[in-house]
Design a protein around this ligand. Sequence first.
Ligand code: PGA
Length: 251
Amino acid sequence: MKKNKIIIANWKMYLSTSEAIKFITQNYDKLTNWAEKNLELIICPSPTDLYQIKKIIEGSEIFIGSQITSNHHSGSFTGQISPKSLKYIGCSHCIVGHSEHLKYLGEKERNIIPKIELLLELDIVPIICFGEEEKTIEPIKEIEKYMQPILKLLQKKAKFITQKQIIFAYEPRWAIGSGEAAKNKHIEIITSWLKTKIQNMSNSWKIIYGGSVSIKTIESLLKIDNIDGFLIGKASSSFQEFKKLVDLILK
Ligand code: PGA
């Protein structure tokens, strides 16, 4: 595998604040080494831990990403997190459209558009998640419906954002947390479809895969050559497991 694959560790709500800090401090040398030499490593802790973790990794090449953002800069939005605050903290990336937001937080697909706009305005890289809900052989129709307004927005802004970074994370919703990743052929079909849609807008945008990436599934997933990296949930939340996984990726 070539250098500079993107690895996004989406810690979800697996770690407490003290566990998250311990994860970073105890394994700092290894993590910074990967980030300097081999990987574009983006760690997405719980929102409450972003500030402290950013302080610890300050000066290293590890990136910090948020799992959440508001679709407004400020206002009467109890409990929400402004993208401006994320910028202030030093978040370089932010996940949007994650299926667990759609499923558990009542995220509306229409809110994803202004989130992407605000993040791009602030030069925070949006990690745009998308994927079919159920296992199906022909998921393009469903994905197309979800992606259409997003692609329309990007097309409209293409002239201004072509140099900016965007990461698309293909995450079949059924694969997330199931232990079973999608088949390579399936991933290749979807990512090639997206590639044809974005190729006239920018060549710096990346496409990665997420959904049960683990030491059991990685060997097969590494055979796909048209993806730029992985979004890793559960397997990134224990350093022992994460290290095994990254070692296999770097092999
Ligand atoms: P998982 O989660 O690796 O635990 O399946 C991936 C994700 O939801 O980003």
